[in-house]
Design a protein around this ligand. Sequence first.
Ligand code: PXP
Length: 239
Amino acid sequence: MARLAVNVDHVATLRQARGIDQPDPVIAAGLAELAGAEGIICHLREDRRHISDRDLRLLREIVKTKLNMEMAAVDEMVDIALATRPDLVTLVPEKREELTTEGGLDVKARPDHYRGVVDRLKRKEIQVSFFVDPDHGQIEAARQCGADIVEIHTGHYSEARSEFEATESFERIALAVQSAAGLDLGISAGHGLNYVNVKRFKDLPRIEEYSIGHSIVAMAVLVGFEDAVRKMIELVKHF
Ligand code: PXP
């Protein structure tokens, strides 16, 4: 039975669109937990375009399941993580001009850097996940850098424009899951998953957790946050 962790970034995006104090991602996190989510995720970006330092601080106070802080592997964010102590940090690549995280981390390009970041976080008993493309080499490199978990990037699958492309991308994800399982890594997956395309993941029971944000926030606008979270749990809990 897979777990759902809810990313609340886009509740903050809606707040920032008006530059006022609502809707509050902290309240959304509480509602997500009430509806059964087993983790809350937020991405503190260097440009603070959605989640703010205040959000992260309050989320750390109120999240009772597991707080997963997504962040770039840069000194500023590592210092904030060490001070805030999320349960888990997910390292992601970050570009200022992107609309959302665009690709997985190129772990192979800077293994020493990532190993140093992992060491600092682990000294404070923070688990570390690496957001990687479904690529054996990157998964192996993440393991060598000390990752506890790999989050497999599902964006290419989600954005597939044909059944052929979707099947091909999904097969790559299935192989990546095998690689990660063979290396004894925790396995999660996310990016672009919605109430339709997530259904195929029923065939990959080794994925332990799904990280889903935008589609839940979009559904919540129509049916309310708790209902939106429950509907997604109803799907992933049977995987
Ligand atoms: N996982 C990672 C690493 C992400 O950067 C994001 C987007 O913030 C997600 C999962 C969730 O993606 P989505 O909002 O498309 O569900």
